[in-house]
Design a protein around this ligand. Structure first.
Ligand SMILES: *Cc1c(COP(=O)(O)O)cnc(C)c1O
Length: 358
């Protein structure tokens, strides 16, 4: 059925990602907001970056320099999302045009590296709005860093930004977005500078685009999960977008009727846990060639709603097919949708093939 495709395989539907990107870019541009298309979930895939560019994103963004290095020819300015370390200053100015920052020592290193490379590097200074990941917690420090960027010879102050809903579970709100806009205005006034970009949030702010609650002056969103999976805050589906953009298929290698409770279970499982069992009687059980080494089992949801994931080990996934919607055979493939972490794991596993659907 799949020609030369080896299973397990992650399928990536580029037309669905194109649809999601077009819809979100339209909504953002209508609201005066530029879009940084974030490709880190798909390991900086050049194919996906090209689709995003064609669908109208203004920047391409990734958290890792290794990924951005592969996107040199993507035709868009590259934004580094994870704060660079001082040691990475040279690579940062080589592989990105703009980066998010919150440390003076790194800014000095970036300016020096940009000078050596004969370039100007753009900087977005990060403000922590309470989610407690990156950014200056005090506005005064954000202002000081903006001042430092203006003083350093090879840096340009592109703007300020904030991230939310990644660590602390703090949702974007009209209040925290307005606070960021106000800080940008204070920087423009007190430091007599442009500070053009106000980069408010990630896909978690998608719902605010629809209900019109993003404040004027917030003019950039960094969007990954919404474009790639159609999801926003709390992984909720975003209206008008599709969610079935990515799926994993694995092959059945054994199919037999067996009891649901082992005989004389006294030992620990392969991962050192004491297994527990419920007696459902004799079941139709399938072994798939996929395991915890590839992806956390909790991140998998079978497309066939009648299939239940029973468990697994490093290299095996055990399914209950007794109530499946059709009769399966050894050699058949079983399809699964994935959570964000599941896609990430598949992308970074050498054992999982990746195939693009056009
Ligand atoms: C990953 C990331 C994003 C994109 O987040 P999504 O939820 O995938 O839209 C935006 N900004 C920063 C700083 C990030 O690290």
């Amino acid at each position: 059925m799949y020609g030369n495709t080896h299973l397990p395989c992650l399928f990536i539907d580029l037309e669905k990602i194109r649809h999601n990107t077009r819809v979100m870019v339209q909504r953002c541009h209508d609201a005066g907001i530029a879009v940084a298309g974030v490709v880190k979930l798909l390991r900086g895939s050049p194919e996906v970056a090209q689709v995003m560019r064609e669908a109208g994103v203004d920047w391409i963004a990734d958290s890792r320099l290794d990924n951005l290095a592969r996107l040199e020819d993507c035709g868009l300015p590259r934004l580094l999302l994870r704060l660079p370390s001082p040691q990475q200053a040279g690579e940062t100015v080589r592989h990105s045009e703009i980066s998010l920052n919150s440390e003076a020592v790194t800014l000095r290193a970036l300016s020096a590296a940009a000078g050596r490379a004969g370039r100007t590097h753009k900087v977005i200074v990060m403000q922590d709005l309470g989610d407690l990941r990156e950014g200056c917690y005090d506005e005064a420090e954000t202002l000081e860093l903006a001042r430092l960027v203006l003083q350093l010879p090879h840096l340009e102050l592109a703007g300020i930004g904030a991230n939310l809903a990644c660590y602390g579970g703090v949702a974007p709100s009209p209040q925290n977005q307005q606070r960021l806009v106000a800080i940008a205005q204070r920087i423009r006034r007190d430091l007599s500078c442009d500070c053009p970009i106000v980069s408010g949030c990630n896909s978690a702010a998608s719902f605010m685009l629809l209900d019109g609650t993003l404040p004027a002056g917030m003019n950039q969103l960094r969007l990954g999960a919404s474009l790639l999976m159609g999801i926003g805050l709390n992984d909720n589906p975003i209206p008008g977008l599709v969610q079935d953009t990515l799926w994993l298929e694995a092959e059945i290698i054994e199919l037999k009727n067996k009891p649901s409770v082992p005989e004389n279970s006294t030992a620990l499982d392969a991962f050192g846990h004491k297994p527990v069992f419920e007696d459902y009687g004799i079941r139709s059980r399938a072994l798939c060639a996929l395991g915890k080494q590839d992806v956390a089992l909790a991140d998998l949801t079978p497309h066939d709603a009648g299939i239940r994931i029973i468990g697994g080990s490093s290299d095996h996934l055990i399914l209950d097919l007794t109530e499946a919607s059709k009769r399966y055979q050894v050699g058949d493939s079983i399809a699964f949708s994935l959570g964000y972490g599941g896609v990430l794991a598949c992308m970074t596993s050498d054992y999982i093939e990746k195939v693009y659907r056009y």
